[in-house]
Design a binder for this molecule. Structure first.
Ligand SMILES: Nc1ncnc2c1ncn2[C@@H]1O[C@H](COP(=O)(O)OP(=O)(O)OP(=O)(O)O)[C@@H](O)[C@H]1O
Length: 251
Protein backbone atom coordinates (compact mmCIF):
# COMPACT_ATOMS: atom_id res chain seq x y z
CA UNK A 1 0.00 0.00 0.00
CA UNK A 2 1.35 3.47 -0.89
CA UNK A 3 2.46 5.38 2.21
CA UNK A 4 0.62 8.60 3.02
CA UNK A 5 4.04 10.17 3.57
CA UNK A 6 7.40 8.65 2.80
CA UNK A 7 10.65 10.29 3.84
CA UNK A 8 13.62 8.66 2.20
CA UNK A 9 17.08 9.68 3.40
CA UNK A 10 16.20 13.35 3.99
CA UNK A 11 19.18 15.45 4.99
CA UNK A 12 19.75 19.14 5.66
CA UNK A 13 22.79 21.10 6.76
CA UNK A 14 22.86 24.76 7.85
CA UNK A 15 26.53 25.78 7.49
CA UNK A 16 28.47 23.42 9.75
CA UNK A 17 25.31 22.28 11.57
CA UNK A 18 23.75 19.01 10.40
CA UNK A 19 20.10 19.59 11.30
CA UNK A 20 18.70 16.44 9.68
CA UNK A 21 20.85 13.41 9.00
CA UNK A 22 19.27 10.96 6.53
CA UNK A 23 15.84 10.67 8.08
CA UNK A 24 13.67 7.90 6.63
CA UNK A 25 10.09 7.34 7.80
CA UNK A 26 7.01 5.73 6.38
CA UNK A 27 3.59 6.96 7.48
CA UNK A 28 0.93 4.33 6.69
CA UNK A 29 -2.33 5.63 5.21
CA UNK A 30 -5.00 6.03 7.88
CA UNK A 31 -2.47 6.40 10.67
CA UNK A 32 -2.07 9.05 13.33
CA UNK A 33 1.67 9.60 13.49
CA UNK A 34 3.46 11.52 16.25
CA UNK A 35 6.91 13.03 15.87
CA UNK A 36 8.69 13.74 19.14
CA UNK A 37 12.21 14.82 20.04
CA UNK A 38 14.18 17.27 22.17
CA UNK A 39 14.47 20.96 21.26
CA UNK A 40 16.63 21.32 18.17
CA UNK A 41 16.32 17.62 17.24
CA UNK A 42 15.31 18.39 13.65
CA UNK A 43 11.53 17.86 13.73
CA UNK A 44 10.54 21.17 12.12
CA UNK A 45 13.32 20.93 9.55
CA UNK A 46 12.22 17.37 8.64
CA UNK A 47 8.54 18.33 8.39
CA UNK A 48 9.38 21.43 6.33
CA UNK A 49 11.28 19.28 3.83
CA UNK A 50 8.52 16.65 3.89
CA UNK A 51 5.90 19.09 2.60
CA UNK A 52 7.99 21.12 0.17
CA UNK A 53 8.66 24.22 2.27
CA UNK A 54 12.42 23.60 2.52
CA UNK A 55 14.59 21.99 -0.13
CA UNK A 56 16.54 18.99 1.21
CA UNK A 57 20.26 18.53 0.54
CA UNK A 58 19.69 14.79 0.21
CA UNK A 59 16.79 12.41 -0.09
CA UNK A 60 13.19 12.48 -1.21
CA UNK A 61 9.74 13.07 0.24
CA UNK A 62 6.61 11.58 -1.29
CA UNK A 63 2.97 12.30 -0.46
CA UNK A 64 0.84 9.32 -1.53
CA UNK A 65 3.65 8.42 -3.91
CA UNK A 66 3.92 11.93 -5.42
CA UNK A 67 7.41 13.40 -5.13
CA UNK A 68 7.13 16.72 -3.29
CA UNK A 69 9.90 18.33 -5.32
CA UNK A 70 9.29 16.75 -8.73
CA UNK A 71 5.53 17.49 -8.63
CA UNK A 72 4.94 20.19 -6.00
CA UNK A 73 1.45 21.07 -7.21
CA UNK A 74 0.32 17.44 -7.21
CA UNK A 75 1.80 16.84 -3.76
CA UNK A 76 0.38 20.02 -2.22
CA UNK A 77 -3.12 19.19 -3.40
CA UNK A 78 -2.97 16.06 -1.23
CA UNK A 79 -1.58 17.58 1.95
CA UNK A 80 -2.70 20.23 4.44
CA UNK A 81 0.15 21.87 6.32
CA UNK A 82 0.39 23.75 9.58
CA UNK A 83 3.99 24.96 9.56
CA UNK A 84 5.93 26.26 12.53
CA UNK A 85 5.81 30.08 12.78
CA UNK A 86 3.25 30.34 10.01
CA UNK A 87 3.40 33.70 8.20
CA UNK A 88 -0.19 34.74 7.51
CA UNK A 89 -1.47 37.74 5.52
CA UNK A 90 -2.03 39.91 8.58
CA UNK A 91 -4.27 42.60 7.11
CA UNK A 92 -7.13 40.25 6.31
CA UNK A 93 -9.85 39.22 8.72
CA UNK A 94 -10.08 35.55 9.68
CA UNK A 95 -12.97 35.01 7.30
CA UNK A 96 -11.31 36.92 4.44
CA UNK A 97 -8.13 34.88 4.90
CA UNK A 98 -9.96 31.56 4.67
CA UNK A 99 -12.10 32.50 1.67
CA UNK A 100 -9.06 34.00 -0.10
CA UNK A 101 -6.96 30.88 0.46
CA UNK A 102 -9.91 28.66 -0.46
CA UNK A 103 -10.22 30.50 -3.80
CA UNK A 104 -6.43 30.24 -4.34
CA UNK A 105 -6.74 26.48 -3.86
CA UNK A 106 -9.35 26.27 -6.57
CA UNK A 107 -12.59 26.20 -4.55
CA UNK A 108 -15.52 28.10 -6.04
CA UNK A 109 -16.77 31.15 -4.16
CA UNK A 110 -19.75 29.41 -2.54
CA UNK A 111 -17.73 26.38 -1.38
CA UNK A 112 -14.88 28.54 -0.06
CA UNK A 113 -17.37 30.69 1.88
CA UNK A 114 -19.26 27.71 3.29
CA UNK A 115 -16.07 25.91 4.38
CA UNK A 116 -14.67 29.10 5.91
CA UNK A 117 -17.86 29.57 7.96
CA UNK A 118 -17.88 25.95 9.10
CA UNK A 119 -14.21 25.97 10.15
CA UNK A 120 -14.56 29.30 11.98
CA UNK A 121 -17.46 27.88 13.94
CA UNK A 122 -15.85 24.51 14.76
CA UNK A 123 -12.62 26.18 15.88
CA UNK A 124 -14.53 28.75 17.95
CA UNK A 125 -13.22 31.64 15.90
CA UNK A 126 -16.64 32.81 14.71
CA UNK A 127 -16.66 35.68 17.24
CA UNK A 128 -13.37 36.86 15.69
CA UNK A 129 -14.19 36.26 12.04
CA UNK A 130 -14.18 40.01 11.31
CA UNK A 131 -11.05 40.71 13.38
CA UNK A 132 -7.80 41.29 11.50
CA UNK A 133 -5.39 38.37 11.81
CA UNK A 134 -2.72 40.78 13.08
CA UNK A 135 -4.89 41.24 16.18
CA UNK A 136 -5.27 37.49 16.84
CA UNK A 137 -3.69 35.93 19.94
CA UNK A 138 -1.03 33.21 19.54
CA UNK A 139 -3.61 30.45 20.09
CA UNK A 140 -6.05 32.04 17.65
CA UNK A 141 -3.31 32.22 15.02
CA UNK A 142 -2.64 28.52 15.56
CA UNK A 143 -6.33 27.75 15.07
CA UNK A 144 -6.72 29.87 11.93
CA UNK A 145 -3.51 28.24 10.63
CA UNK A 146 -5.09 24.84 11.23
CA UNK A 147 -8.20 25.99 9.38
CA UNK A 148 -6.08 26.99 6.36
CA UNK A 149 -4.55 23.47 6.39
CA UNK A 150 -8.00 21.85 6.26
CA UNK A 151 -9.73 24.08 3.70
CA UNK A 152 -9.05 22.12 0.53
CA UNK A 153 -10.01 18.76 2.08
CA UNK A 154 -6.59 17.04 1.93
CA UNK A 155 -6.09 13.33 2.69
CA UNK A 156 -2.97 14.01 4.77
CA UNK A 157 -2.38 16.64 7.46
CA UNK A 158 1.14 17.59 8.54
CA UNK A 159 0.92 19.71 11.67
CA UNK A 160 3.88 21.22 13.49
CA UNK A 161 2.93 21.54 17.18
CA UNK A 162 -0.80 22.11 16.54
CA UNK A 163 -1.70 22.27 20.24
CA UNK A 164 0.95 24.79 21.28
CA UNK A 165 -0.72 27.85 22.93
CA UNK A 166 -4.22 26.46 22.28
CA UNK A 167 -6.66 26.59 25.23
CA UNK A 168 -7.94 23.27 26.69
CA UNK A 169 -11.45 23.52 25.24
CA UNK A 170 -10.15 24.29 21.75
CA UNK A 171 -7.60 21.50 22.16
CA UNK A 172 -10.42 19.03 22.86
CA UNK A 173 -12.24 20.24 19.75
CA UNK A 174 -9.14 19.89 17.60
CA UNK A 175 -8.43 16.43 18.98
CA UNK A 176 -11.98 15.29 18.25
CA UNK A 177 -11.75 16.76 14.75
CA UNK A 178 -8.43 15.04 14.03
CA UNK A 179 -9.69 11.72 15.42
CA UNK A 180 -12.75 12.00 13.17
CA UNK A 181 -10.50 12.78 10.21
CA UNK A 182 -8.41 9.65 10.83
CA UNK A 183 -11.53 7.51 11.48
CA UNK A 184 -12.75 8.65 8.05
CA UNK A 185 -9.56 7.40 6.39
CA UNK A 186 -7.38 10.52 6.65
CA UNK A 187 -3.77 10.47 7.87
CA UNK A 188 -2.18 12.87 10.36
CA UNK A 189 1.45 13.58 11.16
CA UNK A 190 1.99 15.92 14.08
CA UNK A 191 4.91 17.02 16.18
CA UNK A 192 4.48 17.64 19.88
CA UNK A 193 6.41 17.90 23.11
CA UNK A 194 3.47 16.58 25.12
CA UNK A 195 4.04 12.85 25.51
CA UNK A 196 0.64 12.19 27.12
CA UNK A 197 -1.10 13.77 24.15
CA UNK A 198 0.93 11.74 21.66
CA UNK A 199 0.15 8.56 23.61
CA UNK A 200 -3.57 9.35 23.61
CA UNK A 201 -3.86 10.33 19.98
CA UNK A 202 -1.23 8.56 17.96
CA UNK A 203 -0.96 4.95 16.82
CA UNK A 204 2.56 5.44 15.43
CA UNK A 205 5.45 7.48 16.74
CA UNK A 206 8.96 8.47 15.73
CA UNK A 207 11.56 9.76 18.15
CA UNK A 208 14.04 12.12 16.49
CA UNK A 209 17.28 12.98 18.23
CA UNK A 210 20.27 14.84 16.85
CA UNK A 211 18.76 14.86 13.36
CA UNK A 212 18.35 11.08 13.28
CA UNK A 213 15.53 8.62 13.86
CA UNK A 214 16.19 7.05 17.28
CA UNK A 215 13.08 4.84 17.09
CA UNK A 216 10.00 4.64 14.87
CA UNK A 217 6.98 2.43 14.40
CA UNK A 218 3.69 1.48 16.07
CA UNK A 219 3.32 3.26 19.43
CA UNK A 220 3.35 0.05 21.49
CA UNK A 221 6.52 -1.18 19.79
CA UNK A 222 8.35 2.08 20.42
CA UNK A 223 7.12 2.28 24.04
CA UNK A 224 8.17 -1.32 24.65
CA UNK A 225 5.94 -1.71 27.72
CA UNK A 226 6.94 1.63 29.25
CA UNK A 227 5.44 5.09 29.22
CA UNK A 228 6.39 7.11 26.16
CA UNK A 229 8.03 9.68 28.42
CA UNK A 230 10.29 7.08 30.06
CA UNK A 231 11.17 5.57 26.71
CA UNK A 232 11.82 9.03 25.25
CA UNK A 233 14.19 9.97 28.09
CA UNK A 234 15.99 6.65 27.65
CA UNK A 235 16.27 7.02 23.87
CA UNK A 236 17.62 10.56 23.94
CA UNK A 237 20.01 9.67 26.75
CA UNK A 238 18.91 12.41 29.15
CA UNK A 239 19.98 12.05 32.77
CA UNK A 240 17.19 13.91 34.55
CA UNK A 241 18.29 12.69 38.01
CA UNK A 242 21.46 14.77 37.65
CA UNK A 243 19.68 18.00 36.71
CA UNK A 244 20.32 20.84 39.17
CA UNK A 245 19.13 24.44 39.14
CA UNK A 246 21.54 27.40 39.16
CA UNK A 247 23.40 27.57 42.50
CA UNK A 248 22.22 31.18 43.10
CA UNK A 249 18.51 30.50 42.51
CA UNK A 250 16.36 30.33 45.70
CA UNK A 251 19.44 29.70 47.83
N1 LIG B 1 17.37 28.34 9.18
C1 LIG B 1 18.26 27.81 10.02
N2 LIG B 1 19.54 28.25 10.04
C2 LIG B 1 20.44 27.69 10.87
N3 LIG B 1 20.18 26.66 11.71
C3 LIG B 1 18.95 26.19 11.72
C4 LIG B 1 17.90 26.73 10.88
N4 LIG B 1 16.76 26.03 11.11
C5 LIG B 1 17.06 25.11 12.04
N5 LIG B 1 18.36 25.21 12.40
C6 LIG B 1 19.05 24.35 13.36
O1 LIG B 1 18.76 23.00 13.02
C7 LIG B 1 18.53 22.23 14.20
C8 LIG B 1 17.15 21.58 14.13
O2 LIG B 1 16.17 22.60 14.28
P1 LIG B 1 14.60 22.28 14.23
O3 LIG B 1 13.89 23.59 14.28
O4 LIG B 1 14.33 21.39 13.07
O5 LIG B 1 14.40 21.46 15.59
P2 LIG B 1 13.07 21.01 16.32
O6 LIG B 1 13.23 19.54 16.61
O7 LIG B 1 11.87 21.39 15.53
O8 LIG B 1 13.17 21.84 17.67
P3 LIG B 1 12.03 22.43 18.67
O9 LIG B 1 11.45 21.25 19.39
O10 LIG B 1 12.84 23.28 19.61
O11 LIG B 1 11.03 23.20 17.87
C9 LIG B 1 18.74 23.17 15.38
O12 LIG B 1 20.07 23.02 15.83
C10 LIG B 1 18.55 24.54 14.79
O13 LIG B 1 19.31 25.51 15.48
Amino acid sequence: MTAALELDGLGKRFGPKIAVDHVSLSVPPGSFYGLVGPNGAGKTTSLSMAVGLLRPDTGHARVFGVDVWADPIGARARVGVLPDGLALPERLTGRELLTYLGRLRGLDRATAGARAGELLEILELDQAEHTLVIDYSTGMRKKIGLATALLHGPRLLVLDEPFEAVDPVSALTIRAMLRGFVAGGGSVVLSSHVMALVEQLCDHVAVIDGGRVAAAGPLDEVRAGRSLEDRFVELVGADVAEVKGPSWLAS
